[in-house]
Write a protein that binds this ligand. Sequence first.
Ligand SMILES: C[S@@+](CC[C@H](N)C(=O)[O-])C[C@H]1O[C@@H](n2cnc3c(N)ncnc32)[C@H](O)[C@@H]1O
Length: 272
Amino acid sequence: MPNPSSASASSSAERRAISDHLHLSRGAGPQATRHEANARHGDADLASALVLALGIGPGARVLDVGCGTGEIALRLGEAVGPSGRVAAYDYAPAAVEAARARGVRAEVADAAHLPEADADADALLCAYAAYYLPDLRAALAEWRRVLRPGGRLVVAGPAADSNAELYAFHRAATGRGPGDADRLALGFVARDVAGALGAGFDTSRTGTFVNVVVFPEVDEAIRYWTATSLFARTVPPEEERSAVERGRRILEAREAPLRVTKRTTVLGGVRR
Ligand SMILES: C[S@@+](CC[C@H](N)C(=O)[O-])C[C@H]1O[C@@H](n2cnc3c(N)ncnc32)[C@H](O)[C@@H]1O
């Protein structure tokens, strides 16, 4: 079980450097790979749970901040229908391009500087991105600005005990534990975002969403693993090949396929 240190201990510059490496230097491919695997091999649908938590239906105006490659924004669009509006933002141009290719209305913007009018949005989602933001409080103030009074904020991210089986496998294959990106992310929403939300929001509820992902094929498990921030931040380039070979041998020797229990904290707030 990982034992992450408090994400709030990392500096703004460190967060930004980790995010820039994962999302600007590596492009959007790894994100899309992980999404596809979670959807194909998972037993639960996070996007539906997020739509429910956002409380949105036809006609709603929704923002998706840190939208990545747009899979969730697309689902928000289905929920609000043609009379609604979903605007998706990400600071990484490659992610925005991938989201647009899916038909999502996406633009490059920083989470703390949204090109949106005051008090216009009914709901705002930030999924698996809050821990990358250099200044969480500035982002929360911006999200408060763009939400109407009574509008819903939903912030989602990995619970402290998410992905435990993946960490055990990674340790067996590489001898390494979770890296800086994992320490940043694990438990961040329940701890840091929940702690900061009180400035401007009433907490509506927090829940944990569980998705068990089972990789029937070794190749698919390897593809997922090498697309994670865990792999990208802990395996030096010169060791990648040998790590993959060891990982493959471990998986091929197992009787059961690799399963990874993803636990997502879903935190809801209502704009005061
Ligand atoms: C792990 S992905 C999550 C994508 C999507 N929300 C999802 O759940 O599938 C994190 C995203 O946050 C974006 N991001 C990081 N820092 C950001 C910032 N300061 N402003 C806007 N987006 C940011 C990254 O570019 C990346 O696309």
